[in-house]
Design a protein around this ligand. Sequence first.
Ligand code: PAF
Length: 292
Amino acid sequence: MRLILHDLPTVRTVETISAMQRLARQWQMQRVPVSFVPTMGCLHSGHLSLIQCARRIIGPRGKVVVSVYVNPTQFGPAEDYANYPHNLFQDRKLCSRAGVDVLFVPSDAEMYPAAFSTWVVEESLTRGMEGASRPTHFRGVATVVAKLFNIVLPTAAVFGAKDFQQAALIQKMTRELNFPIKIVVSPIVRERDGLAFSSRNRYLTKAQRSRATVLWRAIQQARASLGARPIPAARLKEELRALVEAESGVRLDYIEFFDPQTLAPAARVSRGTHIALAVFIGRTRLIDNAAL
Ligand code: PAF
């Protein structure tokens, strides 16, 4: 492959917690606002929209920091941590083109030193849905995000709406632990056929990729099934389960209908109720959600 000079990534990359904290404190003293986008890397159009949102909310004088860290503690033992895609060279290129000021890429040794045993645990919003299917997931997410907030010291942080329950958790954690950070939730970015951008889409074969549109089709069908009156959630779940499981090699993990503010499950579904679902396509687990 021939490298063209202007394609070489130029974004400033910081690899240690102490260097990142030093820089963050300097910005704080100079009253420079910082907008932060935490990611696990392998950046795609969904992440780029978060970065654009981060720039928009902080303005040209502010700094945009993106972290790339595949956080081991948010993966269960039978999940895809070992295979999770990495492409730091491409991430640096994309960040450099997107006008990111600093890419923070910490190591496991620094993030989780030997005998690490301090966790951030939310005990209400995270019980159902992803929390039920992935019991230690949100403890890992809350802990790493709290650590990143303490390292990057942002004024604002941007999270994607695709991880709806994660975004709700971060908003609650930020409020309840008094982080002086504005949390912004940015809309889902979808491919033309409705599939939400996700780093895990890379795992799909061509045939699986075409079956993966079933998540978006299920959301569309839920919308189409709603009439003027609320309908029982159990009935709609069965209808959507049949749609999902009609696809060969696709297995439903869960479908939930809930109040978007409290995440409390809804017994009856009407306009404004939120839907979230998770499916396995082969071994790849994908999630999606939408307001109905
Ligand atoms: O949404 C993600 O990519 C991750 O859960 C996050 C917020 C970067 C924490 O590891």
